[in-house]
Design a protein around this ligand. Sequence first.
Ligand code: ZN
Length: 263
Amino acid sequence: MFKVWIDAGHGGKDPGAVANGIQEKDIVLNVSIGIKNRLEADYEKVQVLLSRSTDVFLELRDRTAKANAAGADILVSIHCNAGGGKGGFESFRYTSASENSIKLQDKLHKAIMGKLGGIDRGQKAQNLHMVRESKMPAVLTENLFVDVVDDADRLKQASVIDAIIDGHVQGIAAYLGLVQKTKEDKPLSQRDINVPSKWAEVTWEEVTANGYFDGTRPGAMITREETAIVTNRLRKNFLKLIAGINGNVADMDERLKKIEKEN
Ligand SMILES: [Zn+2]
């Protein structure tokens, strides 16, 4: 079981950067909780521990002390930026970072940029407490600028927060070599029954277009009655095929019954 430490920057009396109606502490908390939920739901053998899961203040030394004591395999500290020209994304490792910290930064940075797009400010090194005092490979991400209007507008969109979460999840999974859970492993209670599984998408669309299913609730359990309806649609189509009937005919049912008796 891998232990991933996610550190949401700031909190409580320390809002972090504040501008354009955004507080950094709120964005990074949402992102951190999103990373935990998605990593644990989608990947095998990974546990995500959080510096904070609510709006509380924590000293920097307490954050790294807890992560070190927990024996986390990696640490990612989540922040939003301020005070920099045109905005964009950048990431930080320690100035004399380990090989693994450099590798973690590279995987994270590329995965996040891939999802987020926009300005890439680069993979940087700086003497920051969170990446210096963490005993495990550690990276700090600066996810857009709250004081750049374009970036702030993006941070207000759920799809952008989602992209930031997704990028972190993919980067962490790539670094640790995590195995994705197959959809079948997910209990029915944890999946959205209205969304078809990735592997079933094409078939579901085809079978719906051909009128065997009505297209609703792809992930729901099937009853004997529903099986009967689908079987009956199949049976009618076979009979039509045998009779050489194309399209809808007014007396279809009668004709099919006749064919059925004859065969
Ligand atoms: Zn910050």
